[in-house]
Design a protein around this ligand. Structure first.
Ligand code: SF4
Length: 310
């Protein structure tokens, strides 16, 4: 309990106690950690969950990340939503009172460039909306054009802060260094940025997770997305065990205590393991992202096993 209280008041802990907290077998301490994170979340954001309208605009991706169901070498019917379809998704979300849109897709620089006028249309139609993008690593000129068109936030999970582990999860020449350079540029352009990691990826150690916590502490992103690794069929990691929901929840709680004002979603990947989004909210998450992708395409955004059942 003392460690949790120290983390709560100083927003930091040395490496040893932080790792012990992450790995504690004392259920009362783990429960206290999550309850404290929930209390801190409530003190900052009140008793409200913030909603984002998620639009999965395309499952076309040029990369081949070993863990991902959208990787380019996986057989999958591919799609791109049209501008009209994207606007219709935003319209539906807006009608439900949601004023933040998240447009997410595989990494496709040519496609991302075509989104510039769409972002502009969204900005013109809903001047007060917040437009969040999650489109991977793109040329800096495209980031600038998207920002100029009116996008406010950009999510680019770093996945792991350890360069060697990053190399085991992504084929060369993908590198952590280039991902961090993108995040740096996004911030320079005035985007609010989102970072985050996959928990329990093949070969990951608790020390790697500590590196993730330190990286996030150092960068202080406005948004943090954490989800467990979930194996997907027809990928190189298909037979690897999934990450731990409990470890994911503890990390979420620790990050809430470290960065009380961060926007932290209760992710769908976590919900696949816990059976719902409540566990994430109870551990300090304050955001949920209902999906507004058209029914005809939803199932093709096949990131990991079980996604469509949540
Ligand atoms: S994780 Fe992102 S960049 Fe990698 S294959 Fe999947 S969609 Fe593409």
């Amino acid at each position: 309990m003392e460690r949790v209280n120290t983390l709560r008041t100083t927003r930091n802990l040395p490496d040893g106690p932080l790792l012990e907290l992450l790995e504690t077998t004392d259920k009362a301490v783990a429960r206290y950690l999550k309850e404290s994170a929930r209390e801190v979340c409530r003190s900052v954001f009140g008793n409200e969950v913030q909603l984002r309208g998620l639009v999965e605009w395309s499952n076309v991706c040029r990369r081949d990340c070993y863990y991902c169901g959208l990787r380019r070498s996986r057989a999958l019917p591919r799609y791109n939503l049209t501008s009209a379809q994207i606007l219709a998704c935003c319209e539906k979300a807006w009608a439900k009172g949601i004023d933040t849109f998240v447009i997410q897709g595989g990494e496709n620089p040519a496609g991302a460039l075509q989104l510039v006028p769409v972002v502009k249309s969204i900005r013109e139609r809903w001047p007060g909306a917040i437009i969040t993008l999650s489109l991977g690593e793109l040329p800096f000129s495209t980031y600038a054009a998207l920002r100029e068109a009116g996008a406010n936030r950009y999510l680019l999970r770093h996945e792991t802060a350890n360069p060697a582990l990053y190399g085991r999860l992504h084929p060369a020449p993908d590198a952590l260094e280039s991902r961090l350079a993108c995040l740096q540029e996004l911030r320079r352009l005035g985007f609010q940025i989102g970072m985050g990691m996959m928990v329990g990826s093949p070969g990951q150690t608790p020390e790697n997770l500590l590196e993730d916590l330190r990286l996030i502490q150092q960068w202080r992103p406005e948004m943090i997305g954490i989800g467990p690794f979930i194996p997907q069929e027809d990928t190189p990691f298909t037979h690897c065990p999934p990450g731990s929901a409990e470890t994911t929840l503890r990390l979420l709680a620790i990050l809430r205590l470290m960065l009380p004002t961060a926007l932290i979603p209760s992710t769908t990947a976590l919900a696949v393991l816990t059976g719902g989004k409540e566990a994430g909210l109870e551990a300090g998450a304050n955001v949920m992202m209902p999906v507004f992708t058209p029914e005809t395409e939803k199932r093709k955004y096949d990131l990991y096993k079980g996604k469509h059942h949540v």
